[in-house]
Write a protein that binds this ligand. Structure first.
Ligand code: SF4
Length: 103
């Protein structure tokens, strides 16, 4: 098992999320889901939560992304925004058909 530094959430435009403070993610570690790269930590509440920004990517279940290594994000940081009305990883980049089969 590898040890690595978690990439930061560089920006998040989902202001309504309980972990969002002026377009900065304050969650200690978010989870990105698959097969769509949706933010699994997104949560609406009357209260704001989290820690000091920037938040980090704790885990990513989207194996179709070129940055995904061992179900973790190996990018230098991600951006989160709305995609079809849902909070999603904007940094997601789909692997080619061949790369998917090679995993
Ligand atoms: S860039 Fe790719 S691997 Fe990293 S969190 Fe987004 S979807 Fe997951």
């Amino acid at each position: 098992m590898k040890t690595k530094i978690m990439p930061h959430v560089l920006s998040c435009s989902v202001r309504e999320c309980a972990y969002n403070d002026q377009e900065k993610c304050c969650a200690g570690a978010i989870t990105v889901n698959g097969p769509e790269p949706l933010c699994g930590t997104y949560f609406k509440s009357r209260h704001k939560g989290g820690m000091e920004s920037p938040g980090a990517v704790g885990a990513c279940k989207n194996e179709r992304c070129i940055y995904n290594e061992s179900l973790e994000c190996a990018s230098h940081g991600i951006q989160v925004t709305f995609r079809s009305g849902r909070p999603a990883c904007k940094t997601f980049s789909e692997k080619s058909e061949q790369e998917v089969w090679d995993v």
